[in-house]
Design a protein around this ligand. Sequence first.
Ligand SMILES: NC(=O)c1ccc[n+]([C@@H]2O[C@H](COP(=O)([O-])OP(=O)(O)OC[C@H]3O[C@@H](n4cnc5c(N)ncnc54)[C@H](O)[C@@H]3O)[C@@H](O)[C@H]2O)c1
Ligand SMILES: [Zn+2]
Ligand SMILES: [Zn+2]
Length: 367
Amino acid sequence: MRGIVYTGEAAEIRTDVEVRGPGPSEVLVRIAAAGVCHSDISCLDGTIPWPTPFLMGHEGAGVVEEVGSEVTQVKKGDHVVVATISSCGKCRWCGIGKTSWCRSTLANRHEPFTVGGVKAGNFAATSSFAEVTLIKEIQAVKIPKDVPLTSACLIACGVVTGLGSVFNRANIQPGQTAAVFGAGGVGLSVIQALRIKAASRIVAVDAVAGKAELALKMGATDFVNASEVDSAEAIRELFPHSAEMVRGPFGAGGVDWSFECVGHPKVLEAAIEVLDWGGICVSVGQPAPGVTVPVPITHLNQVDRGLIGSRAGGVRPQHDIPMIVQLYRQGLFDLDSMVSKTYPMEDFHTVVDDMHHGKLARGVLTF
Ligand SMILES: NC(=O)c1ccc[n+]([C@@H]2O[C@H](COP(=O)([O-])OP(=O)(O)OC[C@H]3O[C@@H](n4cnc5c(N)ncnc54)[C@H](O)[C@@H]3O)[C@@H](O)[C@H]2O)c1
Ligand SMILES: [Zn+2]
Ligand SMILES: [Zn+2]
């Protein structure tokens, strides 16, 4: 079968990929559509180190092909979104609904594939850039058949991460204000979730002017072009401390929440810089391991500012994915407009190129 393999040097479109059959609690999924998330690009440039060779991709949806002997949640022919969090379902963290804290989800790498007869690993327990992939039953989240798989696939990573960062990691109250840095697949999902939570003002920040239109359509109230102005200064001007002063003591003024959805330390610095007293910054974007950011400590502890992380939006896949599908069907969460373009999987390198040129909200590969 076909698949996109990262060899350590390049992403290769291969036709000599094989996957083993399912164990008792495993499921084989025939992938219909897979979104290209920035984390896939980060595998190519070394930002996310991963043992090679491996089958790429982690944002996928498809049709159940075969199930193991003990699988009860899905059956052949069901449509599923593949959750990237492969939790154990048994530990203390799973027990309190913090599935993304389940220790078994880390370094959860297997080698269910061969490429040209040589063993190959999976990526993020998913490998959605393979025609058929092998996952655990707990990752297979059934969805209704009337939801287009080209839209549904986005839920698996970008959407659960963005929406979950707002719904699960943050605690937005109606009427609060927010700034969202990065209006890609993740940032646009943050913006939509903030709109659903009735944030009063949502400032989208991106370095590409062309991202404004969709960000505003998704619910942003303002757009700041980070390639033209200092984004932190521009946001401060929008939320001054008083009529006389843009900034008050301990940096007063600014927004209640900020979300860094780029993965750059300078952007995270700006996202902290724009917070009002009591404001909280959610760090979502992923730089290389070890990258740090300087933070003025008294600006945190004297005025209750905070910085928190978000791993996959604290997703509880079996709860959150059906909820997102419900929001989609109610017309509250727009998945379809986030699919800028679909490409045959052979055109993966064109998607990467289009992403680098800022042309896409999400590019989706079809098989
Ligand atoms: N925490 C998690 O679990 C998790 C999950 C998914 C993705 N991510 C990470 O989130 C980040 C965003 O992912 P994505 O798929 O939305 O990426 P994307 O490429 O679709 O979007 C990133 C956006 O940031 C913009 N941008 C780049 N530099 C900027 C700057 N200096 N200022 C403002 N905007 C800038 C780009 O123009 C683009 O619109 C990546 O770092 C990705 O690895 C993290
Ligand atoms: Zn991702
Ligand atoms: Zn667990």
